[in-house]
Design a protein around this ligand. Structure first.
Ligand SMILES: Nc1ncnc2c1ncn2[C@@H]1O[C@H](COP(=O)(O)OP(=O)(O)OC[C@H]2O[C@@H]([n+]3cccc(C(=O)O)c3)[C@H](O)[C@@H]2O)[C@@H](O)[C@H]1O
Ligand SMILES: Nc1ncnc2c1ncn2[C@@H]1O[C@H](COP(=O)(O)OP(=O)(O)OP(=O)(O)O)[C@@H](O)[C@H]1O
Ligand SMILES: NC(=O)CC[C@H](N)C(=O)O
Length: 677
């Protein structure tokens, strides 16, 4: 069950376009059945077909021919009968008579039963469209039924189709023009609970129109916090005066999950696993979504319940899934994100520098990633404010674990950036403190415990704050979002504290890309770029204890890979996913180095895969640290800007949680819901 996408709160859905045989309902019904069967075999719970797909959209006055309407119903019923063996819901377009008029309808079929029929609300009758000649608008039809050869079926625009065995699977349907109006029916349906919206379309293609359709689908999926499936008619529709491109796409909450080539020949299906848990979480977070529901149309909805019985096998996961949720892998997107992140940091710092009346910035430079990046931000802020570079005061403070390599990088960086720089050896002060508190290290014992580490981190901070007093400056913090998530910093008198922390909103996995972007940005000289490349090549280490036989203290060998921690952080912070679900996603994303994309510039030597036991192990550590032991460090964190949409950990900027919480529920979830092997 763990590896079943349905068990994990996803639903596989499909949008199909296929060649239509004009005015041949039996042929079309068979083609639709074949496509739906293939989708079912692929594990799909829903297949959406084009508008009027059972007979063709471009029939004009043939739509009013008795024989066509009769044969349409017959074909529809044969499809219903044949659907008995399919677990997938089919949504099929058909012209149907109700009372005294014809309606352009979507027929929702499941396992031998028509669940309901939704008429098109808005009938286009402008430019190339003449639908009002044949159809009446369905808008306002609620609470009605329709007789389909003796079967009495719910009929109206007030229908929601809910699977009683797949949480949050709630389908609503609209038809083509319905999405082009200011307030589409799907908006009301989403406010009433629909999470999946199907659009059956027949939209002639003209130059540039495909982008407009994408924009409409994407924005509807974002506004409605829903999945939006679009299936348009293509091959076989009459080209008397128009052409057809068979566009199909699936969007979820503003993101494109899948789309097909346009102008296809033959049956074309796009399939994606929509994340129902994500949609539910996103709606509950954005309270304004629910507020919209209170103000919406109060007319009651009819909720048609059915049992989907989806497959429970391991069907993989078909949706874009990044190894690094904070780092896009498309080069242009990554460059844009880096530009924005850096600009946010610089502009936030400039504002604080302008209003606090200080004259300098004071920063501890270790030769590691975080302080290097914070220094680049500080230098850029100084440049933009017209301050001399000497207003940036960098101090490198070697301690017991500092290596020659990082010390050299720190000095080279400060020299090349032409800032005021100095080396302050903290060892005498650290030894004095260890001696004063009677730490065994002072008596010659090789005890490198937390006290030993924090004495150094604390003294560095102490020096920086006093230097800031002395030079009318602000201490620029360097600790990143991932360290805050893990509580991987020394509290109070330590690197947890600063006057202003420019890095607090930056996940560790993004920082290397930001530094690469800075090298390429033209803001800094080529010689600075050379040092930055050295910094990028250095393993992440706090360097608080002396290097052993195997080299300097390695952060990731102690607390785990930041790649996995940032993966967990993103999904916990942004969507509140359970640890077991995060383990499922992490396995999908990280099980094989050859699957999916790696961000540009990420060294191939660092390509890694993680199996489930490894993921589980580090996730347990993350969960324990995040929920139980580190919130008190975040509750008292200094000011600094939120940078990522994924979230910030400032108790004022975003995440609020008790400092005396515990991790029990999350650990239990991991224990019970993730297999041991
Ligand atoms: N809920 C709570 N509310 C208030 N106070 C609480 C608390 N829980 C513990 N405490 C207190 O806080 C203490 C623990 O916090 P703290 O003093 O910070 O110490 P601690 O978190 O134990 O140690 C800091 C860790 O961060 C690592 N570090 C430090 C500096 C830089 C880097 C880096 O690579 O970036 C890493 C370092 O290697 C060490 O493992 C406890 O001993 C206790 O006194
Ligand atoms: N040798 C040092 N000299 C000056 N400042 C230091 C030194 N070591 C640590 N610091 C300060 O303490 C902060 C935390 O140290 P830490 O080693 O975690 O960070 P880092 O080296 O900048 O980056 P990373 O966490 O990626 O190694 C640094 O960012 C820096 O401001
Ligand atoms: N069939 C329709 O409702 C088509 C109308 C819609 N405005 C389009 O051009 O796609």
């Amino acid at each position: 069950m763990f590896r079943s996408l349905y068990h994990q709160g996803f639903a596989r859905v499909a949008a199909c376009t296929l060649p239509v045989a004009l005015a041949e309902p039996a042929v079309n019904a068979q083609r639709i059945l074949d496509a739906a069967t293939a989708c079912t075999e692929d594990g799909s719970a829903l297949c959406v077909f084009p508008e009027l797909g059972i007979c063709g959209y471009t029939l004009e006055d043939l739509l009013q021919q008795e024989v066509l309407l009769t044969q349409t119903k017959t074909a529809l019923l044969s499809l219903v009968q044949a659907s008995t063996s399919l677990h997938s819901v089919m949504v099929v377009g058909a012209p149907l008579l109700w009372e005294n008029a014809l309606y352009n309808c979507a027929v929702v079929i499941h396992s031998g039963r028509i669940l309901g029929i939704v008429p098109k609300s808005y009938i286009p009758n402008y430019r190339e469209f003449y639908e009002a000649r044949h159809f009446r608008p369905g808008a306002g039809i609620r609470g009605q039924t329709i007789d389909i050869n003796g079967h009495i079926v719910p009929f109206g625009v007030d229908l929601l189709f809910e699977a009683d065995d797949v949480p949050s699977f709630c389908l609503s349907v609209e038809i083509c023009e319905d999405m082009w109006v200011p307030i589409p029916p799907s908006t009301h349906a989403a406010l009433a609970g629909a999470t999946i919206i199907a659009n059956l379309s027949a939209s002639d293609i003209t130059v540039g129109k495909a982008e407009t359709r994408n924009m409409l689908c994407q924005s509807l999926s974002a506004r409605n916090i829903a999945a939006y499936l679009y299936a348009a008619a293509g091959e076989g529709e009459s080209t008397t005066d128009l052409a057809w491109d068979g566009q199909t796409a699936i969007f979820e909450n503003g993101t494109l999950l899948a789309s097909s080539d346009r102008f296809p020949s033959g049956t074309t299906t796009v399939m994606a696993d929509v994340d129902l848990t994500l949609l539910r979480q996103e709606r509950l977070r954005m309270g304004s979504f629910a507020d919209g529901a209170y103000q919406a149309d109060t007319t009651p909805w009819r909720r048609i319940s059915f049992t989907l019985s989806p497959p429970s096998a391991n069907l993989g996961l078909r949706r874009p899934l990044s190894r690094f949720p904070f780092v896009p892998s498309a080069p242009e997107r990554l460059a844009q994100d880096c530009f924005e992140a850096f600009t946010i940091q610089v502009s936030a710092l400039k504002q604080r520098l302008k209003t606090s009346g200080v004259k300098t910035m004071v920063i501890g430079i270790s030769g590691g990633l975080d302080s290097t990046h914070a220094l680049l931000v500080a230098v850029r802020a100084a440049d933009e404010l017209g301050w001399p570079r000497s207003a940036v005061r960098g101090y490198t403070m070697p301690g017991f674990g500092t290596t020659d390599k990082t010390l050299a990088s720190a000095n080279a960086l400060m020299v090349q950036l032409n800032i005021m720089h100095e080396t302050l050896d903290i060892r005498p002060a650290a030894e004095l403190m260890l001696q004063t508190i009677r730490h065994p290290y002072a008596e010659g014992q090789p005890i490198h415990d937390i006290t030993f580490e924090n004495v150094q981190a604390g003294l560095r901070t102490d020096f920086l704050f006093r230097l800031a007093n002395q030079h009318q400056g602000l201490v620029i913090g360097t600790g990143d979002l991932s360290e805050l998530a893990l509580g991987w910093c020394t509290y109070g008198v330590g690197d947890q504290m600063a006057h202003y922390n420019v890095n607090a909103g930056l996940p560790k996995t993004l920082i290397q890309h930001l530094i690469r972007w800075c090298i390429a940005s033209g803001h800094f000289s080529a010689s600075v770029g050379t040092v930055l490349k050295d910094v990028l090549a250095t393993e992440i280490s706090p360097e608080l204890i002396p290097a052993g036989e195997n080299g300097p203290q390695s952060t990731e060998s102690i607390i785990g890979p930041y790649a996995l921690h940032d993966f967990a952080l993103f999904y916990i912070l942004r969507y509140g996913f359970s640890p077991s679900r995060i383990a499922f996603l992490a396995e999908q994303a990280w099980q094989d180095t050859t699957i999916g994309h790696w961000p540009p510039g990420f060294p191939t030597s660092e390509y890694k895969s993680y199996d489930l036991p490894t993921i589980r192990h580090w996730l347990e550590i993350f969960v324990r640290r995040f929920f139980a032991t580190s919130q008190f460090k975040r509750s008292a964190m200094p000011n600094g800007p939120k940078v990522m949409p994924g979230g910030s950990l400032s108790p004022r900027g975003d995440w609020r949680a008790p400092s005396d919480g515990n991790a029990r529920l999350w650990l239990e979830d991991l224990k019970h819901n993730v297999p041991q092997v």
